[in-house]
Design a protein around this ligand. Structure first.
Ligand SMILES: Cc1cc2nc3c(=O)[nH]c(=O)nc-3n(C[C@H](O)[C@H](O)[C@H](O)COP(=O)(O)O)c2cc1C
Length: 336
């Protein structure tokens, strides 16, 4: 049976272009975040509690909002009211930037997938830090862990990437329960080069040296397109530098699982990414003790269970949430 979201909300959103639908959703949830009655109404979707502790943080349930849906941190209270066990905002870059030319998000409904080449469109670390500060002052800060995902500004050359991450890190760390270093988005030229062991170690070392007395858990988000040798080197660099967790995975550049007539340039997410992403979770948990947050192709209770069975501690949703809506949270929580 179709849910309220699938019957009414999704047809309305899907009658708009993907990016317009996205703006409409964020604007609505941002407005709702300012009104207690609206937040109470959203809470009717919230799933029952399934508490979980990781990085010394308490998660009311293990299902998080993946990075990219609320890049600018505009609707934190609404995501918490909908029942997400944690919220990851970003990717945020040091400088505000417009991202790539439109169109840059494509729906593949038959495949329950999306392709995007947004390229880190975001308001920049300074403006977002001010927004988060206002939210904190308003007393509406959500009662669930908040992760802040940071990446490299497009115009910063790769050799200066560390400075770029450090700039955002310094401005945003006080608002974060954990910080994600995104080194795996396919839409910023050269970014995935930061997954190479020497470059990754430099970045991790710089961030670890900076953290000082109020050290925040550092999480690294990786690509599903890594070879076993590359993965092994990344795990070694993460272990040497005290990384708290790994998010596996970002979107894929491997489009072999979708029909060529649907293909577009960009990162593929949703159901066609599921197996590849789960395989990576399995390899990480087989070869390392670093906790894994699984992201990639979770669109029902079974695909979420698959990630937990592969050894993931927490999961995150993006594309599945676009297709299935808030009911997906309850469906998954009740299965776990
Ligand atoms: C439109 C769109 C934008 C995204 N933007 C970001 C981003 O800014 N930073 C990031 O780390 N991941 C980003 N992602 C990747 C998601 O966080 C997630 O890791 C990926 O889509 C796989 O999960 P899914 O299959 O549930 O969508 C984006 C994904 C989509 C579809």
């Amino acid at each position: 049976m179709k849910t309220f979201y699938e019957r009414l909300v999704r047809p309305l959103l899907f009658s708009l272009g993907p990016e317009t639908a996205h703006h409409f959703t964020i604007a609505s949830l941002s407005k709702a975040s300012q009104f207690d009655p609206a937040l109470r109404a959203l809470k009717q979707f919230a799933p029952p509690a399934r508490p979980k502790t990781l990085f010394d943080l308490n998660f009311p349930n293990p299902i998080g909002l993946a990075a990219g849906l609320d890049k600018n941190g505009r609707a934190l209270p609404a995501w918490a009211a909908l029942g997400f066990g944690f919220i990851e905002i970003g990717t945020i870059t040091a400088m505000a930037q417009p991202g790539n030319l439109k169109p840059r998000i494509f729906r593949l409904p038959e495949q329950q997938a999306l392709i995007n080449r947004l390229g880190f469109n975001n308001d920049g670390a300074e403006i977002i830090a001010k927004r988060l500060s206002r939210l904190r002052g308003s007393g509406r800060w959500p009662g669930v862990p908040v992760g802040i995902n940071i990446g490299k500004s497009r115009t910063t050359p790769l050799e200066r990437a560390t400075d770029d991450y450090l700039y955002s890190f310094r401005l945003l760390r006080d608002f974060a329960d954990y910080i994600t270093l995104n080194v795996s988005s396919p839409n910023t030229p050269g970014l995935r080069g930061l997954q190479e062991p020497a470059a990754l170690s430099r970045l991790l070392h710089a961030i670890a040296s900076e953290a000082g007395s109020v050290a925040k858990p550092i999480v690294v988000k990786i690509s599903p397109d890594l070879s076993p040798v590359e993965l092994e080197a990344i795990l070694a660099a993460c272990e040497e530098n005290g990384v708290a967790g790994i998010i596996a995975t970002n979107t894929t550049l491997d489009h072999s699982s979708i029909p060529p007539e649907c293909d577009k340039e960009g990162g593929l997410s949703g159901a066609p990414l599921r197996e590849k992403s789960t395989a990576l979770v399995r390899s990480i948990t087989a070869n390392s003790k670093i906790p894994v947050i699984a992201s990639g192709g979770i669109y029902d209770a079974k695909s979420a269970r698959e990630k937990i069975d592969a050894g993931a501690q927490l999961v995150q949703l993006y594309t599945g949430f676009v297709y299935r809506g808030p009911q997906l949270l309850r469906e998954i929580v009740e299965e776990l």
